[in-house]
Design a protein around this ligand. Structure first.
Ligand code: 13P
Length: 235
């Protein structure tokens, strides 16, 4: 399974390096064989030669250049970063990234062979508009995306469940993941208010290949517990 932490705009460089060191210790002490990904803030990116894979929350589709506020391939390569998050709802809805821009980014990092964790998910009004409308919206987020890319991971994160403490029912997640697996056989993560208290039951749902955790992952002991759940379920 893939257990991923999106640290968003949290944890300083020093805190992140302590966080990763604690995770490495946990993984070694508990013989964890699951894939553990951590996406720190861009200024906290660092090389890591242990088991934890460090990924970028964002990068521009360029090696370098005049793109104020962005980082490019050169800045990822400095730390050996080969994993990137694309299409997170906060980038779509707060930073205003369009599907067209995401496709450019996706194709750029795909051509370089990066592992891409591509996020999709519906806002509340789309969910409330009924299943057909909701699925049309979600499928529009696949437009231009190579769903058979070998290094693709998809994360289904309902926008209304992110950072709210609200989650779909286990049955809803089960049905959605079944539908989404028809669109792509890539590993499919669930994200949105995953906590220690619900992680186990979410991980047990068929077609849930892992979780993408935000706020609860900021506590390394909570994130470690979730990694242990995945390990127990997989073995
Ligand atoms: P929360 O776990 O805080 O709801 O965030 C989920 C998320 O956005 C992960 O990418």
């Amino acid at each position: 399974m893939i257990i991923a932490a999106n640290l968003k705009t949290n944890l300083s460089r020093k805190q992140t390096s302590e966080y990763v060191a604690e995770l490495e210790l946990f993984i070694a002490q508990h013989s964890i064989t699951q894939e553990v990904l951590v996406f720190p803030a861009l200024s906290s990116l660092n090389e890591n030669d242990g088991d934890v894979v460090i990924g970028a929350q964002n990068a521009y589709a360029t090696v370098n250049g005049a793109f104020t506020g962005e980082i490019g391939l050169e800045h990822l390569e400095e730390f050996g970063i080969r994993t990137i998050l694309i299409g997170h709802s906060e980038r779509r809805h707060i930073l205003g990234e369009s599907q067209e821009e995401l496709v450019v980014k996706f194709n750029y990092y795909k051509a370089l062979g990066f592992k891409i964790v591509y996020c999709i998910g519906e806002p509340l009004e789309k969910r409330e508009a009924g299943k057909e409308e909701m699925m049309r919206y979600i499928f529009s987020q696949y437009e231009g995306i190579d769903t058979s890319y070998e290094n693709l991971v998809i994360a289904y994160e309902p926008v209304w469940a992110i950072g709210t403490g609200l989650t779909p029912t286990l049955q809803d997640i089960k049905e959605m993941h079944l539908d989404l697996k028809e669109k792509s056989s890539a590993p499919l993560l669930y994200g949105g208010s995953v906590k220690v208290t619900n992680a186990k039951e979410v991980l047990e749902i068929p077609n849930v290949d892992g979780i993408l955790v935000g706020s609860a992952a900021l506590y390394v002991e909570h994130f470690s517990t979730m990694i242990q759940y995945a390990q127990d379920i997989s073995s």
